[in-house]
Design a binder for this molecule. Structure first.
Ligand SMILES: Nc1ncnc2c1ncn2[C@@H]1O[C@H](COP(=O)(O)OP(=O)(O)OP(=O)(O)O)[C@@H](O)[C@H]1O
Length: 302
C-alpha cells in the first residue's frame, strides 16, 4: 500500500521549473531512494512531501493527507531530518531529545532511542562537540522521536568517513526493519544500491526512471555484458540482431564473443545457442554498476 503519493508536482522559481511534473509512489515499509545530480530538484521534491514547500501544481499525499493543508497531522506521522543550522550549538544531546519529544503526541522512549543510536554515552555532550557521525545519529534520533510512520533523510551520509557511513546505513536498515518507511535523498550510487528497495532517478526536475536497483541496471542498454567462446562460429548478424544488443564483437583465435545488452539479451543468447546446437565455453554474464546506469540515464535525458 502506498504511504506517499506524488502526482505531477511542479515547482518553479523565477519562471524556471526546478521540479517539472514529478510523480512517484512509495509503499509503506520500503526504503525509497531519490537519486540525481546536483540541482536536479531532489530536495525541492522532498520538501513538498514534508509540507515545507507548496507545489505550484500537482498533488502530494502522505497517508492520504495533504502535507500543506494538513500540516499539523502530517508532522505527527512524518519525521524529517533537521539541518545542522537548526540546532543550537550549546544544546546537549539530552536537552535536544527532551525538547523535540515535547512537540509530539506519542514520543518515542528517549532512553531506548538514544541507546539504539549509540548516543547513550554522549547525552551530556553539547551539539558543537559531537563528531560528524554523532551529529548525524542525533539528527536520525530527532527525526524518529515523534514515532513517525515515514522518515525523510536528505544527504545523510555526505561528509562522513566510510565507517560512519556504513554504521549509518545499518541504522537506516534497522529503521526500515522497525516498520518505518524511509524516503532517502542521496548522491551516492553505492548507498542507493545497498539500501533502497526502489529508486527514482531525477534529472532536471523530471523522473527519468523508477525501479529497483537491480531493475535499473538490468534494463539499461549495454548494462549486461555476455561473453563466451562458442563451439562453432556464430553469424555476426545473428548476434547484432539479438533483442537489446548494443554491440557484438568476435575476437581472438578462439572467436570469443562479447555482446553488450540487457537481461533480455542474455536470455536471447541462450536461445540462439540452443537453436544452433552450439555450446558455450567460459560463459560469463556481468553487470554494469549503478554509476554507469545513472550516467547513462541522465545523459540520455539531456
Ligand atoms: N528558494 C529557491 N529560490 C530559487 N531557486 C531555488 C530555490 N530553492 C532551490 N532552487 C534551485 O532549484 C534547483 C533545484 O534545487 P534542489 O535543492 O531541489 O536540487 P537538489 O537535486 O536537491 O540538488 P543538490 O543535490 O545539489 O542538493 C537548483 O537549481 C536550486 O538552485
Amino acid at each position: 500500500m502506498s504511504i506517499i503519493e506524488v502526482h505531477g508536482v511542479r515547482k518553479a522559481y523565477g519562471g524556471r521549473a526546478v521540479v517539472d511534473g514529478v510523480s512517484f509512489t512509495v509503499d509503506e515499509g520500503e526504503i525509497f531512494g531519490i537519486l540525481g545530480p546536483n540541482g536536479a530538484g531532489k530536495t525541492t521534491t522532498v520538501e513538498c512531501v514534508e509540507g515545507l514547500r507548496t507545489p505550484d501544481a500537482g498533488t502530494v499525499r502522505v497517508a492520504g493527507l495533504d502535507p500543506v493543508a494538513d500540516r499539523q497531522e502530517v508532522t505527527h506521522l512524518l519525521g524529517a531530518q533537521l539541518q545542522e543550522s537548526e540546532l543550537q550549538p550549546k544544546l546537549t544531546v539530552r536537552e535536544a531529545l527532551e525538547l523535540y519529544s515535547a512537540f509530539y503526541r506519542h514520543p518515542a522512549d528517549r532512553d531506548a532511542l538514544a541507546g539504539r543510536l549509540g548516543l547513550d554515552g554522549h547525552l551530556d555532550r553539547r551539539f558543537a562537540q559531537l563528531s560528524g557521525g554523532q551529529k548525524q545519529r542525533l539528527f536520525i534520533a530527532l527525526a524518529l522521536i515523534g514515532s513517525p510512520r515515514v522518515v525523510v533523510l536528505d544527504e545523510l551520509t555526505t561528509g562522513l568517513d566510510p565507517r560512519a557511513r556504513r554504521d549509518t546505513w545499518r541504522l537506516i536498515e534497522e529503521i526500515r526493519d522497525g516498520g518505518v518507511t524511509v524516503l532517502l535523498v542521496t548522491h551516492f550510487m553505492e548507498e542507493a544500491r545497498r539500501l533502497c528497495d526502489r529508486i527514482a532517478v531525477i534529472d532536471r526536475g523530471r523522473v527519468v526512471a523508477v525501479d529497483t536497483p537491480g531493475g535499473l541496471i538490468g534494463a539499461a542498454p549495454g548494462s549486461t555484458v555476455i561473453s563466451f567462446t562458442p563451439s562453432q562460429p556464430l553469424a555476426h548478424a545473428d548476434l547484432r540482431a539479438l533483442p537489446g544488443a548494443v554491440s557484438a564483437e568476435v575476437s581472438g583465435p578462439g572467436g570469443r564473443v562479447v555482446v553488450q545488452g540487457t537481461d533480455e539479451t542474455a536470455n536471447a543468447v541462450i536461445t540462439l545457442l540452443a537453436r544452433h546446437r552450439i555450446t558455450a565455453r567460459h560463459l560469463r554474464v556481468t553487470e554494469a554498476g549503478l554509476d554507469d546506469v545513472f550516467l547513462d540515464l541522465t545523459e540520455r535525458a539531456s
